[in-house]
Design a protein. Structure first.
Lengths: 268, 253
């Protein structure tokens, strides 16, 4: 971020996102989008999740998608027209609009998934390296001690719930909810999907058996992979909603050019 | 002249992306250029796995307590041909495994001969491409030992497994490279979970290539052929599912 002698005010344009952040944001957006949709198609091939070292049809699953229903543990939820829907003469867990390709094609979905895994991992590692070396994570993402007090957190949550976003100079920096959300994506969910994804590879398990110990077996890794992916999907939904509510033109422009117009202070 | 404002540009980019998402995904998927690009990713994955992993690394072996209570069958559960039924009826007494192709001395081995050769027993995990996993115990002849006995020629690059089962009119077959063929856990299994291999799981002989997915574990193996190239065998892509459904030949992921 720029250091000006004068504190910028609402309405001023500031340089907010540096180039590596912007580049990674867009390559990652593309990669995650393809990974999620092709991943849902792969899930459709066996819409059951297990814990442990083995897990197949006769074994105890903790999640199933059956025609028109989602079962999670003891809870069964009717999901007509959403999950377990008929499409092209078969029942699919996730509907065609959510999958790549839209029709049932496991081989093609795997090809997309493993090709875009490279787009996810290579720029991801470069970004991680840059963020560590250039101290982006410490400066912009690490929460300050004062931000983590229950009082401050509650204040931010209630402001967000009332759709009151930071203005003026306060909008130059990420607020605590942003820091926590971006931190969770960068340090938990993305490493989580990548490592559990590798654990599902029988060849990688042979070379790096510690992955199986880490996640408690391939079926467990597959479950965690799915949960991390759902976490990413939830993040994307909230992220997009926040962008729309906070002013989509200004927000999207700042992620393209780096320049962000600080929202004007409103007099209360 | 249309004045392209930033706002309008972003708006039309957004609309374009939306249209792309809704109608274009499958068109993109069908494009040969895209498919060949995705194929590059597949090659990169194969190459990277072979580079970063130890080629001789053993697949994890499990204890008896970890074994699946029920090891489900998949794919063809019975070849159903008259020839195969006759083999089952007389306990595979007249059955012979052919080992041929680029070998110095082609072999024809009976099941009794194969059982008399050195064996390896391993409790390993079977991972289906669809996502399920089952753990079972397999006993069989290390493939590398068989290939040494037959005398693999230096021009051989792949080992092809011809099977007794069909999907429609197409016989099942699979292939692996020599790294996996000579891997110590790659066996031609004749027993599973301490019992003679049953029909559902591929009697009398089933390939176990433990660092790859289920569709590589060819059942009902009748013939082991050493070849220099996979072209000209089946559809030329190295396996039934590879030919028919476009599954990756390298199924290590």
């Amino acid at each position: 971020m720029e250091t000006d002698s004068t504190t910028p005010q609402g309405g001023d344009t500031v340089y907010r996102h540096r180039l590596p952040v912007r580049l990674w944001h867009w390559t990652n957006a593309l990669a995650v989008f393809v990974m999620l949709m092709s991943g849902l198609m792969i899930f459709n091939a066996h819409p059951h999740l297990y814990w442990g070292q083995y897990g197949a049809n006769y074994d105890h699953s903790w999640l199933d998608i059956t025609p028109g229903h989602l079962r999670i543990g003891p809870l069964t939820i009717a999901t007509p027209h959403l999950l377990g829907v008929p499409a092209n003469g078969r029942i699919v867990a996730f509907p065609p609009w959510a999958t790549i390709p839209s029709h049932y094609d496991l081989a093609s979905a795997r090809r997309w998934h493993f090709a875009f895994a490279w787009v996810l991992v290579v720029p991801g590692l470069l970004f991680l390296l840059w963020g560590l070396v250039r101290r982006h994570f410490w400066r912009d993402l690490a929460p300050a001690r004062t931000e983590l007090t229950p009082r401050h957190l509650w204040h931010d949550i209630s402001d967000h719930a009332r759709l009151r976003f930071p203005t003026g100079a306060a909008a130059r920096r990420y607020n605590i909810l942003q820091k926590l959300a971006y931190g969770a994506v960068i340090f938990v969910l993305l490493p989580g999907v990548v490592l559990t994804g590798l654990t599902m590879s029988p060849a990688i398990d042979a070379a790096w058996p510690w992955l199986l110990d880490l996640f408690g077996g391939r079926p467990s890794a597959r479950s965690i992979h799915f949960l991390c992916a759902m976490g990413l999907a939830a993040f994307i939904l909230i992220h997009l909603l926040m962008v729309v509510l906070a002013g989509p033109i200004n927000e999207v422009r700042s992620m393209i050019t780096g320049r962000y117009r600080l929202p004007k202070e409103t007099s209360e | 002249m249309i004045r392209l404002t930033r706002r309008r540009l972003i708006g039309s980019l957004g609309a374009g992306a939306g249209g792309l998402l809704l109608s274009g995904c499958d068109r993109i998927d069908a494009s040969p250029t895209v498919q060949s690009l995705l194929g590059l990713g597949e090659k990169a994955t194969f190459g990277a796995q072979r580079i970063v992993t130890d080629r001789a690394a053993l697949a994890p072996e499990y204890g008896a307590a970890d074994m699946s209570p029920t090891f489900r069958t998949n794919g063809n559960r019975d070849p159903g041909t008259p020839e195969y039924a006759a083999h089952v009826a007389n306990g595979f007494a007249d059955w012979r495994l052919a080992v041929d192709g680029l070998v110095a001395s082609p072999l024809a081995l009976s099941l009794a001969q194969i059982r008399g050769l050195p064996r390896r027993t391993q409790i390993t995990r079977h991972d289906c491409v669809e996502g399920w996993s089952a753990i079972g115990q397999w006993t069989g002849l290390p493939l590398g030992m068989l290939l040494k006995q037959a005398g693999l020629r230096s021009s051989a690059r792949y080992i092809v497994f011809h099977c007794a089962d069909f999907f429609g009119s197409r016989p099942y077959y699979e292939s692996i490279d020599l790294i996996d063929a000579f891997h110590p856990q790659t066996i031609l299994a004749w027993a599973m979970n301490g019992q003679t291999l049953d029909v559902g799981h591929g009697a009398p002989l089933r390939l176990r290539v433990e660092r790859q997915l289920g569709y590589k574990q060819a059942k009902y193996v009748m013939r082991v052929e050493a070849v220099a190239s996979l072209a000209g065998i089946g559809g030329g892509k190295g396996g039934f599912w590879e030919d028919v459904s476009g599954y990756q030949w390298y199924a290590g992921i």
